[in-house]
Each structure stands twice: as structure tokens, then as C-alpha cells.
Design a binder for this molecule. Sequence first.
Ligand code: G3P
Length: 217
Amino acid sequence: MKFFVDTGDFDEIKKLNETGLVDGVTTNPSLIKQSGKDFIPLIKDICKIVDGPVSAEVAATDYETMIKEGRKLSKIADNIAVKVPLTPAGLRVCKELSDDGIMVNVTLCFSANQALLAAKAGATFISPFIGRLDDIGLNGMDLIGDIAQIYDNYGFDTQILAASIRSPSHVLLCAKIGADVATMPPKTIWQLYNHPLTDKGLDAFVKDWAATGQSIL
Ligand code: G3P
């Protein structure tokens, strides 16, 4: 499973990129607002340090403006994935950009039928929002399972990019179901490393090694 980091915080992206385990980045208008940075220069800087796909979202909602924005964003770097909303106009833009070989991430997906439409429109990634479904009392993970089954039935290439992930248990369930990608806030990625028995065990090893008086170097 690929790991994308879901943030507009450049320093966090840089830190996580150094782990060698980050396969891409996703942003959205809310994350850009949170970063306080100018959108285009920020995306340019992220694309310089991250090799994998970097999702940059259009701001308009009408076809004419979205297609112009999408084309402009796609020229920032080869690894840009243009992010469009799951609306009739958004999927029209998706189809056109995908036909031109541009990566497209279709966002704000809340149903399996929407995911089916996105795959038919040639999306590179579909972003089902798990946490926001859980927030309203539905089961976000069921949606991931349904999409996986449908894409499998018809051999769609569209990758399931599980989004709105809020906890390590979301990541575990996504991995068990077989989501292609999980995009996570930095905090959740760092949480994946943690286990109290790792800390306890390491503490004992460090103490015992020091007691031997030896040195490897
Ligand atoms: O990038 C889209 C998604 O991951 C947002 O997550 O926590 O705002 O629902 P959240």
C-alpha cells in the first residue's frame, strides 16, 4: 500500500519524505488555507522534493474554469495529479485531462456509484472520504470495500486513495481491504511507528548494551 501525506505543511512533508516511506502528497483548499502559503509556489516546492504524485486541487466548480485551472496546474511538474470534485463538471474535466495523459484525483467521493463514474471517466485516483462518513454515523470502510469489489469486477485501473483517515486503525483496515493508497495527516503517519513494547524493549537493550562496555564503532 502506498502512503501519501495529506497536508500543506512543507516542513512536515520534508521531514516525512526523509523516511523514504512517503509515496506522494495530497492537498486541498482547506489544507492550503491552513498552511498560510501561496498555492502555486507551495505546490512547486513540494514537487521539487517529492518524486511521487502531488495532488493539487482546482478551485472553480464550473467546467470552463476548472479545465483551465487543471491544465495550468498540470504544467507545474510531471508528478502533478489534478484534483477535481466528484460532480458532472468535475468528471468531464477528469475525462478530458485523463485522455491527455494527465493524472487526475477525483475527490469528495462518498458512494460506490460515484467511484464507478470516476473510474469510467479515467480517474487515476478516486478519493473516498472515510472519516467524514464515520462522522455522520455511516461506515467509511464499507465504502472502500465496495469500491474495491466493483473495480475488481471490471478491471478498472483507477487506484483507491483512501482519504479523510483519522487514525492508525483506519490505516490497518484500509490495508486489510486492499486500498491502493492511504493519504494521512502527518500525525497519523508518525503514530504508525508507535508501540509501547518497542519503547520498553529498546530501553532494556540500550541499558544492557551500555553495561557490556563494548562499542561497535
Ligand atoms: O484531503 C482530503 C481528506 O483527506 C480530508 O480529510 O479529515 O478533512 O475529512 P478530513
